[in-house]
Design a protein around this ligand. Structure first.
Ligand SMILES: Cc1ncc(COP(=O)(O)O)c(C=O)c1O
Length: 388
């Protein structure tokens, strides 16, 4: 047996048939027949992957699916949602540039923006509920504007068409993690780039860390290069898992939105609840924008202020939920609860949290795929047991 044959031993083959589910290309590199082919690969005459940090068939398959779902020209995958955001910042910004970020962004995204100041980038925060103020905030060095479709945890809805209109030619970059392309397609509304923490709804099963982005090829290609250079690329298995999750995305989002709407109304009627934040409830400050942009629902997040006082009432409530766990994530297939004051916003002072509207009694519910009746029963029982 030659050396070449022995190096191929153990590679599975399936005769004339092909696997019904896509294979996982769990490989560091790809063997290249000779230097001529290598040259053709680099010049683009032939296509093929060379090294998984640069590209891999599982990355490409997922990137294509995301682009299709977002109605965008091209997609890219990253090691996490933060990997996507980091690659976007490192690609679009250089020393001397300016970026506008919504003040209500995910805490780690704000931390990342703040770190960019060390590299000579100026960052200005804006109030997403006042898009008209953006007109005066744009400078000649402004490279992009960053917003989330729906903010965490108070669920403020960004009026994307108004934002796009107010910033003129400046690209709008949108984090659509909370909403997915089942509920909104930011590129169709004029955004230049959309990205997601695919660790959330796109995968949907709470077992992946991954990020994705989509937009015009001329914007996405440099993102892929940055991901490769800075080691921000995804791995094949998690790309494969997310691709599998996408098969049920439409069904999951439909059910999650329906259950969430019912649960928000139910919780608003409970005496143990002081306030419910859900954009499609008539007392939410974003209700008009939410009804216009999200006729099918705003996703699976509801935030609730318990009627008690302090961390203790939250602890009591959590301890009386037999099947719903406290878990600092969202968009799992299971319903989970988080507590912003001690997780996402723990690094703010209590005064800063107060200014941001995040009190100690606020919990964030990520509604999963359980039947509404089960969830309503468990929440009602826990609210009754703690007597809040
Ligand atoms: C809105 C939003 N964007 C980005 C991220 C970061 O994603 P990841 O945890 O996959 O890095 C998160 C994480 O919770 C998030 O909620």
């Amino acid at each position: 047996m030659s050396d070449v044959e022995s190096s191929r031993m153990g590679h599975p083959v399936s005769g004339v048939t092909t696997p019904s589910a896509p294979p996982i290309f769990q490989t560091t590199a790809f063997d290249v027949p000779d230097l001529d082919v290598l040259q053709q690969l680099y010049s683009g005459e032939v296509t093929g992957d060379i090294y998984t940090r640069d590209s891999n068939p599982n990355h490409s398959a997922l990137a294509d699916s995301i682009a299709r779902l977002e109605h965008a020209e091209a997609g890219a995958v990253f090691a996490s949602g933060m990997g996507a955001i980091g690659s976007i910042f490192l690609t679009l910004l250089a020393a001397g540039d300016h970026v506008l970020v919504a003040s209500s962004l995910y805490g780690k995204t704000l931390q990342l923006a703040s770190r960019m100041q060390r590299l000579g980038v100026t960052v200005t925060a804006f109030d997403v509920s006042r898009p008209e103020q953006l007109r005066a905030m744009i400078r000649s060095e402004t490279r992009f504007v960053l917003v989330e479709t729906v903010s965490n945890p108070l669920l403020e809805v960004a009026d994307l068409p108004a934002i796009v209109d107010c910033v003129g030619a400046v690209p709008v970059v949108v984090d659509s993690t909370f909403t997915t392309p089942e509920l909104i397609r930011p590129c169709a509304l004029g955004a230049a780039l959309v990205f997601h923490s695919a660790s959330k709804y796109l995968n949907g099963h709470g077992d992946v860390m991954l990020g994705v982005a989509a937009g015009a090829l001329e914007l996405v290609r440099p993102l892929r290069e940055t991901a490769s250079i800075f080691g921000q690329n995804a791995n094949p298995f998690e790309s494969w898992l997310t691709q599998r999750g996408l098969r049920t995305l439409a069904l999951r989002m439909k059910q999650v939105c329906e259950t969430t709407r019912r649960l928000a109304e139910f919780l608003a009627s409970q005496s143990g609840v002081r306030r419910v934040y859900y954009p499609l409830l008539s007392d939410h400050r974003s209700v008009e924008t939410a009804r216009r942009l999200y006729p099918n629902g705003t996703g699976g997040i509801i935030s609730v202020e318990l009627a008690g006082t302090g961390f203790q009432c939250v602890n009591q409530f959590l301890r009386h939920l037999p099947t719903i766990p406290f878990s600092p994530t969202l968009a799992d297939a299971r319903t989970t609860i988080s507590h912003p004051a001690t997780t996402s916003h723990r690094f703010l002072t209590s005064q800063q949290r107060g200014e941001a509207g995040i009190c100690d009694e606020l919990i964030r519910i990520s509604v999963g795929l359980e039947p509404f009746e089960l969830l309503a029963q468990e929440f009602a029982a826990a609210l009754g047991r703690v007597g809040v």
